[in-house]
Design a protein around this ligand. Sequence first.
Ligand SMILES: Cc1cc2nc3c(=O)[nH]c(=O)nc-3n(C[C@H](O)[C@H](O)[C@H](O)COP(=O)(O)OP(=O)(O)OC[C@H]3O[C@@H](n4cnc5c(N)ncnc54)[C@H](O)[C@@H]3O)c2cc1C
Ligand SMILES: NC(=O)c1ccc[n+]([C@@H]2O[C@H](COP(=O)([O-])OP(=O)(O)OC[C@H]3O[C@@H](n4cnc5c(N)ncnc54)[C@H](OP(=O)(O)O)[C@@H]3O)[C@@H](O)[C@H]2O)c1
Ligand SMILES: Cc1cc2nc3c(=O)[nH]c(=O)nc-3n(C[C@H](O)[C@H](O)[C@H](O)COP(=O)(O)O)c2cc1C
Length: 606
Amino acid sequence: MQLQVLNSPFNQEQAELLNRILPTLTESQKVWLSGFLAAAQFSSVSGPGNVQTAELPSGNTAQAISKDVTILFGSQTGNAQGLAKTAAKKLEENGFQVTIQSMSDFKPNNLKKIHNLLIVTSTHGEGTPPDNALSFHEYLHGKRAPKLDELRFSVLALGDSSYEFFCQTGKDLDTRLGELGGTRLYPRFDCDLDYDEPASEWLSGVLSSLNEAGGGTHVSEEAPSSQIGDAVYSRTNPFKAEVLENINLNGRGSNKETRHLELSLEGSGLTFEPGDSLGIYPENDPALVQLLLDEMNWDPEQIVTVNKKGDVLPLKDALVSHYEITTLTKPLLEKAALLSGSEKLQELVSAGNEDQLKGYLDGRDLLDLLRDFTPWIGSVQEIVSILRKMPSRLYSISSSLTANPDEVHLTIGAVRFNAHGRERKGVCSIQAAERLQPGDTVSIYIQHNDNFKLPNNPETPIIMVGPGTGAAPFRSFMQEREETCAKGKTWMFFGDQHFVTDFLYQTEWQKWLNNGVLTKMDVAFSRDTAEKVYVQHRMIEQSKELFEWLQAGAHLYICGDEKHMAHDVHHTLIKIIEKEGGLSREQAEEYLAEMQQQKRYQRDVY
Ligand SMILES: Cc1cc2nc3c(=O)[nH]c(=O)nc-3n(C[C@H](O)[C@H](O)[C@H](O)COP(=O)(O)OP(=O)(O)OC[C@H]3O[C@@H](n4cnc5c(N)ncnc54)[C@H](O)[C@@H]3O)c2cc1C
Ligand SMILES: NC(=O)c1ccc[n+]([C@@H]2O[C@H](COP(=O)([O-])OP(=O)(O)OC[C@H]3O[C@@H](n4cnc5c(N)ncnc54)[C@H](OP(=O)(O)O)[C@@H]3O)[C@@H](O)[C@H]2O)c1
Ligand SMILES: Cc1cc2nc3c(=O)[nH]c(=O)nc-3n(C[C@H](O)[C@H](O)[C@H](O)COP(=O)(O)O)c2cc1C
């Protein structure tokens, strides 16, 4: 991992000093330094209940140090949850008693009783907490947050450095726990999309700190609280799935292209439930890679080293399958500035130019960067080494395994747009739209998602709001309810641009309406009328009945666009609850928050 101090509590001079020394440190020097700083932090804290240093008599240490560790996770799509489970398993193997919980299941009043707390959280929206971290985040930042002088904690933050508010939730919680009096038992780690290595480094550091403080004394006989990685194939060892079917769901003349993809899971041992997602490791467009090679006059066959393990690939293959070449991030530009002789680039990344930098990053890719900031003084190897590893893309699974054994179906909207005078293509969706044929294979894994699940009781009514590709998981829900002969009522809100060309899976919804698997369906075709009609307008038209369903215990699900649709539907729901329940705005918000707490309001948004 290339260490760089970016958004930090240090002033510019300190940050520059750190950035000069950090890249020169060996791995063992880094480990020593982190242990040294953590220990220094312990020893600077005094008072009852605080962590004792190694110099204290062992009798005192045994009394003061708790072997109980609480791990709280905030996770929308399962990454932080998976890492929290890994951490729990490792700590238990090292003799700690671990309680692991989603932040939404945790009773914040118990915070004061905890001595060792690990937080693993992602960030969503535009720097906002994942749904199951919202209430905890709000509680900690509110007036009722307690003093936490006896708490030792550490935060593992997940994020994506292409977002402006990188790892914001982790940063917020870390800062706030500190403000409330907690002591960091190990520094916060902010992880980008390729989080495995830093997360494992964080966990080792946390474990050493806990052990140094005398926590881990015996190896627990207990079974791990969570089973992880049972499947042979996983995110870090993806399965090559064969494409069985790939069709365009939109009719001729549509503005959109939505691919229905069927993949074979035969021989993989992979299983999933409705509500889970599928991860795909896509490949870059070979035509774009060729443009890059031509632009830089690079030899496509030159061998480059692509990771710390020393794996090598011919440059062209590395650019097609290993590296991300279509998204620029701030850390990438900062590293690129060290390899370019361009003064313009040095200026762009210098302090005070954040707005210009943000503007530059928007809609541009590696080809723009290499064209815009010549001359390049770094070697090919140096330049590719600053690129991020190709991140996987998640897709809400649109089939049920019960209905289609050994298969998984996806509903993928093609992303095409124009920016800075060039047509841009979404890496994965356009690979699916333009290059994947039946018989080809793609690298995939299953991302289980506990936060988007059908009710346990098949009689519980469900309301599904899924415009566009947001319909995907609801097709899976319906297939499952049909196969299992579930009796609960079901209500679908679907929307897209035009009835004639964009009614995704129209015949299937009609079949389910006819055979009673689907109780009600409301559709909103936004561009068939002079005034736009969206799903939330249909919800308002049916507000009385919708509220009756909620009162009868219905679960409500939203899937699809996060930025606009999910936000607007959320506010519409509050209005409906306010009006039909005769409640104040605050009470209606509480009603929805309570539903969320009870897992009756779930979102799968992107
Ligand atoms: C849990 C989850 C479930 C998902 N389920 C589905 C699903 O069922 N179906 C589905 O289609 N997608 C789904 N997605 C989104 C999916 O993961 C990908 O993000 C999407 O397919 C785009 O990937 P891509 O590789 O084609 O595009 P990328 O190469 O990743 O490019 C997409 C990026 O391009 C930029 N962009 C897009 N349009 C514009 C524009 N007009 N102007 C400027 N910049 C633009 C944005 O930064 C956007 O993030 C899901 C995402 C998550 C997190
Ligand atoms: N962050 C990510 O990772 C990521 C990646 C790719 C896509 N996305 C998002 O995912 C969305 C999915 O695209 P899609 O093709 O499935 O469908 P979509 O663009 O969400 O469109 C589906 C329907 O929703 C309507 N709509 C637009 N704004 C709305 C609003 N505020 N409230 C309710 N409905 C609204 C659209 O109407 P109009 O089109 O007529 O306005 C259309 O009729 C895209 O919009 C994109 O923003 C996110
Ligand atoms: C819709 C959406 C919004 C996101 N917003 C942010 C963000 O504002 N800041 C950030 O650092 N990461 C952001 N991310 C990246 C996630 O934090 C990252 O993918 C993380 O690994 C997800 O972990 P989880 O599966 O535990 O939720 C976003 C991801 C998605 C899908």
